[in-house]
Ligand binder design. Structure first.
Ligand SMILES: [Zn+2]
Ligand SMILES: [Zn+2]
Length: 1010
């Protein structure tokens, strides 16, 4: 063997594309050469603009799964794209570290059941310490995933939402709200989770997956109308325990109500509900005796039945005229149930407002575990939902039970712990974001969301415009910085640690931090009355904590420079989460209808291969780190971006990774390797043999100009689709260019020109290398935001090898721009016609069972005149790729092609006829090509490079007929397989040599190369 290939520089590209190994090598190249740092420093010094960025902080309560990884890839894609375009981005990490999700995770680790047990058994200091430990543990997992994924986010500059410096700035946002009168304590009905023992914001109640099908009682009962013998209000509920907190009945003022005679009783219910309800209750004998309007019932009293069990109910009846009376409310729906709704202002939002506007006292006798307090009489100490059956029993005793069944219905549960939520009237702190809703909506309308449906979902959510309950009855969170005078109730908001320590009546210890319990120990002196001020015992909603990031994670100077940021992307479930709280807090901070982000891409959720949500209970969560240990990051990145639009749910199927995505990247790899090996063989130098050199020297053929034209189109499409977050279409364009234009079309059209080492055609070969080099290098840059490892590897080991003057890393390359000079639409059209004719030729072959490798004698191509001209101009290419010796170009099919020796295929007005008859020459050439293919395969298997020239190739065990047919083609075959000579042997025993078994059609043959 003569090795003409210069094996001078390491490292090289291995024979096969083995991405996992390659990525490991590139990772250490990046680390050893500080590539990530250099990129950031370089763009900081020299840029064409600054684009802000605020990391949507992952919550450190679990390990990242493939859905998280997909999100991080989208962030990194944008970073690499924009830095290649010359922008500086502070692509700095951030971590969400506090709040319920973290607390629950740590409670699980500590094996405690609830908050009470936690405080009794563990204590606050220890708990806070454990929370910090847990965060660090998960942080490691996230950093590891980022490293494997090749995400160039700066971890050294990460923000942590629990740091005092961060919390202080969050407090400053609250101060703005305070000064504008938007932060206030209020008595409201809030959603409350008995498991987490804290209230939730209305945004959290609407979380995806929060509504679950649950079983509840379906209870029909009656309350006796006061001062009547036998009239009853018929009422329906699914929450019997709320009868304990019942204080009024509501009817619709406009609706008609009927009195229905049932036995010797009269039941009052909405007239239009009589028939369905009686059917439901299986009451067959009944009669409407009278109808009245809702208005007529106003002020009517009813006998609250449990006064003996709950003395407080008797007490409050005396306090207000409307207690245990009928009120009129428009919200009462007469299309369902009975149209008479019992009111528990302590347990329902509408009920609460109905009571509040009438100044009816709110009766809400619950503790933090949603157990009844002593105000609930005999029900004291019982968990609310456990009293459902007791209430039903008591109704039965009093002959007030009509029917009790079980129903399944959708009911909101806690998004963290899945407990059924309660609606409870509680004292909480609220941000009155409802009062600035106009500004919020105006700001939201200005944002680019790229896709319609996420935008609509966001805007319609914002329109709900409820006050934001920001207080939480938990431990591990940013503390609410409000101190209240125990004497005169004066309140004061503290906005920094320094201010707090200065105002504290006692010196605080060394380890003081802005967390419970330390912060609770700070006592201030009331400026109004000199009394003692204590902190209001709440922590802040963790969404408020992370929503402060655009302000809290930066210094004042940075904030001015980077906010508003031009682009953010997070998962769809952040619609009610971070996207929302960022916006609200920014409007509060600036008092302007301004969003902290100009564009926000909301990503569809990642589901399992069957389209089911990934969840711990289904056991179908795929962890990022374990996946990336076994699978290539580049292939993963390409796959998740290519599969579907980013806003769509992504059904992640690990089986799919190593199919098409691998194939595309592998093709790019092998094309680059092929180019390198051939180009090095001919001493190609991109500096000397540039596109200009080839053009000026007239070394280009139409096929090269066609490829360069397609490259411009690809560059343009890819860039446009990346900019508009249609990543799947951007990658489809790249895939098409690599697989179709380069691999399937261009290379086969020029491969034969590269086979020779004839010095007379060297310049032509150099022009082909120039085309390939330029196309591949450009496409490699376009791939970099998606497949950073492969792009870096090819940059280092192919392009930089051919041109050592290239920049140190592919990331410092400029983003390719399409060159209109190189675009030629007419030429593209012509080639399109050519390829159509070729594919028809292939189809005709398939019909005649003729392998593509078998040369055929003649093709007749029928087409309209214009196409005919184009096609005949490219006759050489047509003959070359369709492997036919001659072609005839006609307008109508001649008689001759109608015989049996012809096969054909057509599409539209284009038809291709192939003559299937093969004479000895064609048969001989066909055998030669079949054999050459086998020798090529053996070359590859034995590790020869395409440029290596073999001493000899030996073929044995061919029969006489084949030997005779093959004889005239031995020289051509030698050239084709890059061997000095090809020898035929009648039997393998003729020569002592290492033989390899092979197959030619049905025949067993032997091949040897050396
Ligand atoms: Zn919960
Ligand atoms: Zn005071």
């Amino acid at each position: 063997m003569t090795a003409k290939f210069n094996n001078n520089s390491n490292p090289t590209l291995s024979e096969d594309y083995r991405p996992l190994e390659l990525e490991k090598e590139i990772r250490s190249f990046w680390q050893q050469n500080y590539i990530q740092q250099k990129l950031e420093e370089n763009r900081l010094k020299q840029n064409k603009g600054i684009l802000g960025y605020v990391e949507g902080p992952p919550t450190l309560n679990g390990v990242p799964h493939v859905g998280h990884a997909r999100g991080r890839v989208m962030k990194d894609l944008r970073y690499r794209l924009k830095t290649m375009q010359g922008y500086y981005i502070p692509f700095w990490a951030g971590w969400d570290t506090q709040g319920l999700p973290v607390e629950l995770e740590v409670e699980k680790l500590l094996n405690v059941k609830n908050k009470r047990e936690l405080l009794e058994k563990v204590g606050m200091e220890k708990f806070v310490e454990e929370c910090k430990k847990a965060i660090i543990k998960y942080h490691k997992e996230w950093v590891a995933a980022d490293q494997k994924l090749g995400v160039f986010i700066n971890h050294d500059k990460a923000y942590w939402t629990y740091h005092d410096s961060y919390i202080e700035r969050e407090w400053q946002i609250l101060k703005h709200a305070w000064n504008q009168g938007l932060l206030e304590e209020g008595h409201y009905v809030v959603a409350y989770c008995p498991g987490c023992q804290t209230s939730l914001s209305s945004a959290e109640v609407g979380y995806e997956g929060a509504y679950k099908i649950v079983e509840d009682p379906s209870l029909y009962f009656k309350f006796k109308r006061s001062d009547t013998e036998n009239e009853y209000f018929l009422i329906w509920t699914t929450m019997p325990f709320t009868l304990i907190t019942d204080t009024m009945l509501a009817v619709n003022p406009e609706a008609e109500y009927a009195k229905v005679q049932v036995g010797n009783e009269k039941w009052i219910l909405a007239k239009q509900r009589v028939q369905p309800v009686m059917q439901e209750l299986q009451v067959h004998e009944y009669r409407v005796t009278e109808t009245v309007t809702g208005k007529d019932l106003e002020g009517t009293g009813y006998e609250y039945p449990f006064k003996d069990l709950i003395p407080e109910q008797a007490e409050i009846e005396k306090k207000h005229l409307l207690i245990h009376k009928v009120i009129l409310e428009d919200f009462v729906d007469v299309d369902t149930a009975t149209g008479v709704v019992h009111q528990s202002p302590g347990n329902g939002e509408e009920d609460f407002f109905a009571a509040q506007k009438r100044n009816v006292p709110i009766y809400a006798p619950f503790d933090d575990e949603v157990k009844f307090t002593k105000e609930a009489g005999t029900f004291i100490g019982k968990f609310a939902r456990d009293t459902d059956s007791i209430v039903v029993e008591e109704l039965k005793k009093r002959n007030l039970l009509v029917q009790c069944k079980t129903i399944e219905h959708e009911y909101p549960t806690c998004w963290r712990s899945h407990h059924k939520l309660f609606w409870l009237a509680r004292k909480e702190y609220f941000l009155r974001t409802d009062r600035i809703n106009n500004k919020v909506l105006e700001a939201a309308e200005k944002v680019n969301y790229y896709y319609e449906s996420p935008k609509n979902r966001f805007i319609s959510f914002l329109k709900e415009s409820k006050p934001w309950c920001i207080s939480r009855e938990r431990v591990w969170g940013a503390p609410l910085p409000i101190w209240k005078c125990q004497k005169c109730s004066h309140k004061s908001l503290i906005a920094s640690k320094q201010e707090l320590l200065e105002k504290a009546t006692e010196k605080q210890p060394e380890d003081f931090e802005l967390h419970k319990p330390w912060v609770d120990r700070v006592i201030l002196k009331c400026e109004k009355c000199g009394g003692t001020m204590r902190r209001e015992d709440f922590v802040l909603d963790a969404w408020h904590n992370s929503g402060a990031a655009p302000y809290a994670r930066f210094t004042d100077e940075e904030y001015k420079k980077y906010v508003p940021v031009d682009y953010l992307t997070e998962a769809m479930d952040q619609t009610r989460g971070w996207a929302n709280t960022l916006l609200l807090e920014h409007v509060i901070l600036t008092q302007k209808p301004e969003s902290p982000y100009e564009a926000f891409l909301l990503q569809g959720l990642t589901q399992d291969a069957k389209g089911r949500k990934m969840s711990k209970s289904l056991g179908n969560v795929i962890e990022a780190n374990t996946t990336l240990e076994k699978h290539s990051a580049d292939v993963f990145r390409f796959y998740v971006l290519r599969k579907c639009p980013p806003a769509d749910p992504n059904d992640f199927d690990i089986q799919e990774l190593n199919r098409r995505p691998y194939q595309v990247l592998s093709t790019l790899y092998h094309l680059s390797r092929f180019t390198l090996q051939n180009a090095e063989f001919d001493n190609f130098n991109p500096q000397d043999h540039s596109l200009e050199w080839a053009r000026n020297g007239r070394h280009f053929k139409p096929v090269d100009r066609w490829l360069l034209s397609k490259l411009q189109e690809t560059t343009e499409t890819c860039t446009e689709k990346l900019e508009t977050c249609q990543f799947n279409f951007a990658l489809a364009a790249l895939e098409d260019f690599v697989i179709e234009s380069l691999s399937r079309l261009y290379v086969p059209m020029v491969r034969k020109e590269l086979w020779t080492d004839d010095p007379h055609t060297l310049e032509r070969r150099l022009a082909v290398y120039s085309t390939l080099y330029h196309a591949l290098k450009t496409v490699n840059s376009l791939f970099n935001p998606t497949t950073p490892y492969l792009s870096e590897a090819l940059h280092q080991r192919v392009f930089k090898k051919l041109d050592p003057t290239l920049v140190e890393t592919v990331n410092l390359e400029s983003w390719p721009e399409s060159d209109t000079q190189l675009r030629d639409l007419v030429l593209e059209d012509n080639f399109e016609t050519l390829f159509k004719a070729v594919s028809l030729a292939y189809a005709a072959r398939q019909a005649g069972k003729l392998k593509r490798r078998w040369p055929l004698g003649k093709a007749v191509v029928v087409s309209p005149e214009e196409a005919r001209e184009t096609l005949s101009r490219n006759e050489c290419l047509f003959l070359e790729i369709s492997n036919v010796k001659t072609a005839e170009w006609v307008g109508t099919p001649p008689e001759s092609v109608k015989g049996q020796e012809w096969v054909s295929a057509s599409e539209g007005d284009l038809s291709v006829y192939l003559n299937i008859q093969r004479d000895e020459k064609l048969l001989g050439e066909g055998i030669m090509r079949d054999l050459a293919r086998r020798v090529q395969a053996l070359r590859k298997e034995r590790g020869y490079r395409p440029t290596d020239v073999l001493e000899a190739a030996h073929i044995a065990d061919l029969d006489d007929e084949y030997t005779r047919l093959l004889q005239p083609y031995l020289d051509e075959m030698a050239e084709l397989v890059r061997a000095r000579k090809v020898y035929l042997h009648s039997s393998r025993s003729e020569i002592k040599i290492q033989w390899y078994d092979s197959q030619l059609g049905e025949k067993r043959i032997a091949i040897s190369i050396h």
